[in-house]
Ligand binder design. Sequence first.
Ligand code: NAD
Length: 478
Amino acid sequence: MDITEAMSSLGHLIDGRIVRNDATFPISSPSSGEVIAQCPEATNGLLEEAMTAAERAQPEWNALGETSRQKVIGAMSDALVGHLDEIVAISALEKGATGAALEAYAAPVFMAHLATTAMPVDILDDTPERLVTVVRRPIGVVAAISPWNAPILIMCEKIATALLVGDTVVAKPSPFTPLATLALGRIWKDIVPPGVLNILAGGSQLGAQMVAHRATRMISFTGSVAAGQEIAAAASSSLKKLLLELGGNDAAIVLPDVDVETVAEYLFNVAFLMSGQTCAAIKRLYVHESIYQNMVDALVRRADAAIPAPEAEGGTFAPIATRPQYDRIRMLLDDALARGAHAATRSVPPTSSGYFIPPTILTDVKPGMKIVDEEQFGPVLPVMSFRDVNDAIAAANATEYGLCGSIWTSDVKTGADLASRLDCGTAWVNNHAEVAPHVPFGGTKLSGVGRNCGTPGIDAYAELQTRYVYKSADRVKG
Ligand code: NAD
């Protein structure tokens, strides 16, 4: 199907039907700033229909059994593979560049993993007298809410995990990048039984209504700390279960025993992945003073080779996906420069249109500057030097965030020891920003509550039931 035609026919997925309503909101291209589509905006009435359908469908979906649910998730994954080019093309238009949309390729891998994952059962006692197990039961209706940076992978992982456990879902993508997720709804409409998966487009007000809705029993949210805090507060009176995957301010610490050019290549790719718009991107870099200048030079060479411009004009570096985020990164950069930071990279004149910011290496940066203390979520990397690695560990941990961190060294044992001192949900030695469907991921401190992926990820969507079964019927016979 032609992409423009595909985009203009998109609608919400409600109870097995694609629904287009009159209320719409505009979607802009980050490459040009121009409006490229109108997206239907769900009303209160449509939310009510979706919630009613999800609540009605849940017992039957659970009763289907694990194997049948896995088959449906497998079929969804296969259908996504069959439509990946279309999904990436739509996502690239709303996110501004093909490179920024490539996260979609990981989505069917995560779904296929869940389609072959058995729900865990813990056997605590298995004696002649009794069997004691912990089993997973569904929670009910899950409100799944995603951000704009990796909309396909994040939403697919949420949906597939919830469906595996036997929950049903009402999903809402970011209002900045809703179209690719609505396209998923069209692809899956005839694969998932009516009501089991519902997808609505809308803004944060719709998200808040989903969170507050009586039928919602669990909220799976990925996004900013501020929204996560609002959601936690709103969910408290009814004690809804929460999985909150929030922001990060990841530090990477580079010891003096590495090859600078080799490590610079890794660091550059991880810090500027999707133009820095990745929750697990390196956001602060601490380099030993003996290799500091060489490392800065190596990073600057790579940054200066990037072309921040529309793909049609030969661009190789994606724009910032939203106007508010573009304004925020410009503010953080201006604030740092005004306080004495130095941009070591060449200055690139802004393009006439689009939200482009070149990859920028900042030196002369220090704590107290917003660019160090806050999550920038964009292509500006503060690089600081250290003499004593204990100071670097203390600086890495001196943040309210705790998503990820990494140590780079040729002494792997020292690296592992230092990694154990990083106060974050994922720590690497000689890597960063790696995710896999069987490996738990999530944050400490303000970076979140709970984990997705792996067994903890399944447990987040489940109620644990402890089950004692006494084996002999004689126990209750007279
Ligand atoms: P955001 O919090 O502004 O919005 C995320 C989603 O929440 C959107 O769909 C939005 O409409 C909705 N929303 C906003 N306020 C809400 C409320 N009060 N109630 C219900 N829904 C609400 O975040 P964003 O700007 O889209 O995403 C960027 C942020 O996401 C960054 O901080 C980034 O670090 C974080 N993120 C975290 C992870 C992770 O796994 N930890 C992954 C990706 C992105």
